[in-house]
Ligand binder design. Structure first.
Ligand SMILES: [Zn+2]
Length: 183
């Protein structure tokens, strides 16, 4: 885990009031566990680092999306941005949206949602820590590649949306006069 990535994850845990503990007693098929009432995340210490990053993001997502509603929307712009990316992902096709809404109510849907959130997080963290965690994780989990594709599309899509919004803002400014003077 790159220093910067570690710092961001630590900040996020702190912001959410969650304690993270690495334990070695989990069996190989368990990556981590969220104990929402104790506000604690247990991570399987025997797994490689790329798994730690993903598992942490996945458990953060469970806490944010499935236990702590509504999420605090101050002071932490990066996960706000992430939530927006999830919205963008859900928005890609209206047909898909109906399916997503149906699926999200089920237990499997929650796993899927946490995975998508975590993947968007991994894509987001790439700009600070490089591709290594993402590449290593995808090599270990080829079955999650389609979630990555969706996250990548969502990222591009939300950035396009942002760019369009900025363009409109500039257009508005041009109409109202000089930038800065616009109300
Ligand atoms: Zn899960």
């Amino acid at each position: 885990m790159k220093f910067r990535t570690k710092n961001i994850l630590r900040e996020l845990a702190k912001h959410l009031g969650l304690k993270v503990k690495f334990v070695s007693y989990f069996t190989d098929n368990i990556h981590g566990k969220l104990l929402p009432r104790e506000r604690r995340i247990l991570i399987n210490a025997n797994k490689p680092r790329c798994e730690h990053v993903y598992t942490l993001l996945h458990e953060f997502a469970h806490y944010l999306l499935h236990f702590k509603k509504p999420a605090p929307r101050r002071h932490c712009p990066w996960y706000l941005k992430l939530n927006w990316k999830i919205d963008a992902a859900a928005d890609i096709a209206s047909k898909m949206r109906r399916i997503i809404r149906f699926v999200l109510n089920s237990e499997r849907g929650k796993e899927w949602e946490a995975d998508l959130w975590a993947m968007c997080g991994l894509v987001y963290l790439k700009q600070f820590g490089g591709r290594s965690d993402l590449t290593a994780f995808l090599n270990r989990h080829p079955e999650k590649k389609w979630i990555y594709r969706l996250a990548a599309i969502a990222t591009v899509y939300s950035e396009t949306k942002q760019r369009i919004a900025t363009a409109f803002k500039l257009l508005g400014m041009a109409r109202h006069g000089l930038p800065g003077k616009a109300s």
